[in-house]
Design a protein around this ligand. Structure first.
Ligand SMILES: [Fe+2]
Ligand SMILES: [Fe+2]
Length: 349
């Protein structure tokens, strides 16, 4: 595998060469200097300070040279959504944060099934939709952080691409591609959107309902933009205070979207209530069955399933069958006929 490293400082290049040189053939160049990017380069690794506007301009100019690379891995210093959004907008397929280790880089670079998938057109379709979705989510989260308006049309159009992709290529393909190429909350939202669409299709929902469903899924966790990443992505058990903070996200999302044009009342309801359970044990409003819409009941099942099968650096992804078993055990909380109907989606679709 041929890798090309681009960095804005020589020591960043040496570090990456040290981490990767033993396993791969690595070429490198300094940003804004002559770039001899190999034509058949498999992965580009970019380690550049994105706070510097000149660096962003230089990376935009360089983008065409990396067009053929299957993976574009950006390594960032600041674990901030704004910079992750910037990286995705510059074409990143993966974003990692410093300090990176050989292990985290290898997890992204050496994945035999990934190579297989990216070589077929189906995989590229899912990858394109996943990248567009991740970029849209990143921009949406950055807008919330900066008190700027959310681009609702962009998010809906990205969700529509996901919907088409799942309808054409199936859920399994979508889940594999998203888990391999995306992390954290963006990964989760992409998984929920794809799962919700597959579920909606299997239930035979009308096109307008599928549209409501994928829009609600795309926006459902926007309130997490207000939760620090240190809590959101914490690899160990959450303290009660941290758990309480995370549980503020549905109401926070509702508050954010209430003032956003283009968000329907149904989507607002779904964003606020996707953690409610039929028996009243959910949050934030402890709603009971009669107050929970069908759209939310479907979304909640997709949300729980997606959360269970997520890929995290620190633990293996749970098999789909095991995740479905957990859903099946949530008696009284989820609508039993819906959980039954979800079986086929969870296991086979
Ligand atoms: Fe949530
Ligand atoms: Fe969620």
């Amino acid at each position: 595998m041929l890798l090309h490293v681009v960095a804005d400082q020589p020591d960043r290049i040496s570090t990456l060469r040290m981490l990767l040189g033993a396993k791969f053939s690595v070429s490198s160049s300094l940003l804004r200097k002559e770039h001899n990017v190999p034509k058949n380069c498999d992965a580009a690794i970019v380690s550049v300070d994105l706070r510097n506007a000149d660096n962003i301009v230089a990376l935009k100019e360089l983008a065409a040279k990396f067009k053929g690379a299957k993976r574009k891995i950006f390594i960032l210093d600041q674990k901030a959504r704004l910079f992750a959004a910037q990286a995705y907008a510059l074409g990143a397929t993966h974003v990692l944060f410093n300090p990176v280790t050989a292990r985290s880089l290898l997890a992204v670079l050496i994945d035999p099934s990934s190579i297989e998938l990216t070589d077929d057109t189906g995989g590229q379709g899912a990858r394109g939709a996943a990248s567009a979705g991740a970029a849209s989510l990143a921009l949406m989260f950055a807008a919330v952080l900066h008190g700027q308006p959310i681009d609702v049309a962009d998010a809906k159009s990205a969700a529509c691409k996901i919907s088409n992709c799942v309808a054409e290529e199936g859920l399994s393909e979508w889940l594999e591609v998203v888990r391999r190429h995306h992390e954290g909350t963006y990964q989760h939202c992409l998984l929920v959107t794809g799962t919700a669409v597959a579920f909606g299709l299997s239930l035979g929902l009308a096109e307008a309902d599928i549209e409501r469903l994928y829009s609600a899924a795309m926006f459902h966790d926007i309130g997490k933009a207000k939760i620090p990443l240190a809590v959101l992505d914490k690899p160990s058990r959450l303290e009660p205070g941290e758990r309480a903070l995370i549980e503020t996200h549905p109401a926070a999302g509702h508050t954010i979207l209430k003032r956003t044009r283009g968000i329907s009342a149904e989507i607002l309801h779904a964003v606020r209530h996707h953690h409610e359970y039929l028996d009243g044990s959910g949050y934030p409003d402890a709603l009971c069955a009669e107050s929970i819409s069908d759209l939310v009941r479907i979304l909640t099942i997709a949300d729980i399933f997606a959360a269970l099968i997520e890929f995290r650096q620190y633990r293996p992804a749970m098999p789909r069958a095991q995740a479905y078993e957990i859903l099946g055990g949530m008696h009284g909380k989820l609508e039993a006929p819906l959980v039954k109907a979800f079986r086929e989606v969870a296991l086979n679709r």
